[in-house]
Design a protein around this ligand. Structure first.
Ligand SMILES: [Zn+2]
Length: 353
């Protein structure tokens, strides 16, 4: 059968969201919050396994967001960093660094190890890209900590983040590179995106070819509160730069694209031998649940462009990349994932994979 994997996040359980709010207001102890987190991880893994997905994740239940887990507990941050505007008018803001040195407060391997206590199926682990975290450095540089020193520390930390997941036997380590398409929106010349790709490649080159085969990248137009930040940027302008990343696996949003054959044709020319392409076949932003037949048709469409031994399926994006985003219910997320698995199986039978 064709491979099929999630991107990562699942909406948090109502109990966990309530516990997070109570803890933030000082009304719930850290121990009780931890208990609620573990219960959510256990329930999410059990429900992901019920969907039949051969590879699962912890649903990012305990991450504050896909991008900010390394900032856990850091004291050298101020709130007013880069603002990311979404199409519906809402924004998300990153903090900014106030002093060096920069060290991750939490590494992704810790999420993987917790999930392994509960999972019976292989687990993948998402990590945030170094390029996203490079945005923490303030535009007016820091007096005792140059941008060069910051980038050196960032690269070491990003490498450790990936390496610990590989050492803990992750099925795959997926670098979330949602800011790729956004970078083209902010700088249509492509210079910013080129810098992002170079930074991420400078970390990837620290890994052996065998390790890089298990390292992946996910790109999308962002997905928060059922809105996107860069869907208006022409996908085919992003792809040539994205595919310069020296990874073994690409997980790309596709279900929500208006002209999928055009994107698939562009990807077909860029995908190298030995690389895997996972195409998005369900859309977390759209509340309508795709049927298995719709998913099957999308796989058959992709199979016209991509060799079957290089093709897999995925979700277009995480279902809830930020912990407080409850625009999609857990039930909807699991139903869409079940359709992804069933539709991929259906297509695999037709394609005789
Ligand atoms: Zn995404």
């Amino acid at each position: 059968m064709l491979q099929t994997e999630p991107i990562g996040s699942i909406p948090r359980t109502p109990e966990l969201i309530a516990a997070m709010q109570a803890h933030a207001m000082g009304q719930l102890s850290y121990e009780k919050l931890q208990a609620a987190q573990l219960a959510a991880v256990r329930d999410t893994i059990a429900r992901l396994e019920e969907t039949g997905s051969p590879v699962i994740s912890d649903g990012e239940q305990t991450k504050p967001s896909f991008a900010t887990y390394p900032l856990n507990g850091l004291k050298n941050l101020a709130p007013e960093g880069i603002v990311i505007p979404f199409a519906d008018g809402h924004t998300r803001q990153l903090p900014k660094l106030t002093s060096g040195p920069f060290r991750y407060g939490l590494h992704a391997g810790s999420f993987l190890k917790t999930a392994q206590n509960y999972a019976r199926r292989p687990l993948k682990q998402a990590v945030i890209s170094a390029s996203a975290l490079s945005l923490l450095y303030p535009s007016d540089s820091l007096p005792d900590y140059s941008q060069e020193e910051f980038l050196r520390d960032l690269k070491d930390e990003a490498e450790r983040d990936i390496r610990e997941c590989l050492q803990a036997r992750a099925a795959c380590v997926q670098i979330d590179f949602t800011e790729a398409r956004l970078a083209l929106k902010l700088d249509p010349s492509g210079e910013l995106l080129d810098r992002f790709v170079q930074l991420n490649n400078s970390i990837l080159e620290r890994f052996l070819p065998d390790e890089r085969r298990k390292i992946a990248v996910h790109a999308c137009p962002g997905g928060d509160q059922d809105s996107t930040h860069s869907a208006d940027v022409d996908y085919t302008k992003l792809l040539p730069l994205l595919f310069r990343l020296d990874v073994g696996r690409f997980y790309i949003q596709l279900a929500s694209e208006a002209d999928r054959p055009r994107v698939l044709d562009a990807v077909r020319r860029l995908l190298k031998r030995g690389q895997m392409l996972f195409v998005g076949v369900v859309d977390p932003i759209n509340p309508a649940i795709e049927t298995a037949k719709v998913v099957c048709d999308r796989v058959l469409e992709a199979a016209k462009f991509i060799a079957l031994d290089q093709l897999g399926t995925t979700d277009d994006c995480g279902f809830s990349p930020f912990a407080d985003d409850s625009s999609t219910t857990r039930e909807t997320a699991f139903a869409k994932i079940k359709s992804r698995v069933e539709g991929t199986e259906m297509a695999s039978r037709i394609l005789a994979v």
